[in-house]
Write a protein that binds this ligand. Structure first.
Ligand SMILES: [Fe+2]
Length: 335
């Protein structure tokens, strides 16, 4: 089953007052008016439809690079990706990737990783970056000492913030809030030196630039905590992250995961084509593991927690900053 990430927010999960709250929410920071104005375009389907048509026209008549390298055009048209068919998104991606597939990657370590992501859609890069047990304990203790929003992303929550110790007693009933997924703000993540250093890690920067074929920037940093709760969260169904046409994301697991305990599943090769006999690969990894992936490929989260009580996962995404996910998550207040 395919599930388009953008639909999580297009569907009416929010009342009018919640939607207005979202528009005006600044995470307590000084308002960035221009960004917030463009944030509003995410509420208008007709604007996205027109932007989507213009985008497809521009890219087919000129090139993907024209859109990709121009922040002015990006600001106006980024939300159009929501209304572009997945077939057209894949056409644009595949043409673009083809344009630099013969580029030589000089470093053999990077080359091996990039080729594996191109082939399968993901690669375990744990060996490249050493995360010590002390770092893991430090990160988990830091998050537990801070507040969590009741959604898998703060901007897709009710904005209710809770202490870690209160999460299990929280009993709101909603389609996406309080479904076992909680998230601290990006600021909380940046306040931790282990996380901040990882986000700026040169390997992440280099790998994402090599994979994307342009100089990437970190555009999203967010952590999810899963605990056992009744109900099904949409991210536990197969879906594609349509944040942008091209990007690369790193999933850092702070807890041991296996198929019965929060492991992500990825359908190998589904980032290259829409249909096929994809092999489901359950990413069973020990804590401290890092998976680099093109999350346009079909993947799903896993709410199952049979023997561990909770799962902490940090997601770091790199690409062009002005894109649907950067704006929708209001990451522009932090990054
Ligand atoms: Fe996803």
């Amino acid at each position: 089953m395919s599930y388009n990430n953008s639909k999580i927010s297009n569907k009416n999960y929010y009342s009018l007052s919640q939607a207005l709250n979202k528009i005006f929410y600044t995470f307590g920071k000084k308002r960035k008016i221009i960004y917030d104005l463009f944030y509003i375009t995410l509420a208008f389907g007709f604007y996205q439809k027109i932007s989507g048509s213009i985008l497809v026209f521009l890219i087919s008549k000129y090139s993907y690079k024209l859109y990709n390298n121009n922040n002015f055009i990006r600001f106006f048209l980024f939300s159009g990706i929501r209304k572009i068919s997945i077939e057209n998104i894949f056409k644009i991606r595949n043409n673009y990737f083809k344009s630099f597939e013969d580029n030589v990657i000089e470093d053999p370590v990077y080359e091996k990783i990039i080729l594996e992501i191109r082939e399968k859609g993901f690669c375990d890069i744990t060996k490249l970056i050493n995360i010590s047990d002390e770092d893991i304990e430090n990160v988990i203790a830091h998050y537990k000492a801070n507040d969590f929003y009741d959604g898998h992303e703060p901007m897709q929550s009710s904005f209710k913030k809770m202490r870690y110790s209160d999460l299990k007693n929280y009993s709101a009933s909603h389609e996406i809030f309080n479904k076992g997924y909680y998230s601290p703000s990006t600021q909380v993540s940046l306040d931790n030196s282990v996380i901040k250093n990882l986000f700026n890690n040169i390997h992440f920067q280099k790998l994402s630039s090599l994979y994307c074929g342009f100089e990437t920037k970190g555009y999203l940093l967010h952590t999810m905590l899963n605990i056992i709760k009744e109900g099904v969260h949409p991210v536990t169904q197969y879906h594609r992250d349509t944040n942008d046409f091209v990007d690369l994301g790193f999933f850092i697991y702070w807890t041991d995961t296996d198929k019965n305990n929060g492991a992500t599943t990825y359908q190998e090769g589904s980032h290259r084509s829409l249909n096929g006999d994809f092999k489901s690969n359950i990413l069973e990894v020990p804590k401290g593991s890092i998976i680099a992936g093109d999350w346009m490929g079909l993947h799903k989260g896993n709410a199952k927690l049979d023997s561990i009580q909770e799962r902490f996962l940090t997601v770091m995404r790199y690409g062009k900053k002005i894109n649907q996910s950067h704006i929708q998550s209001k990451s522009y207040y932090f990054l």
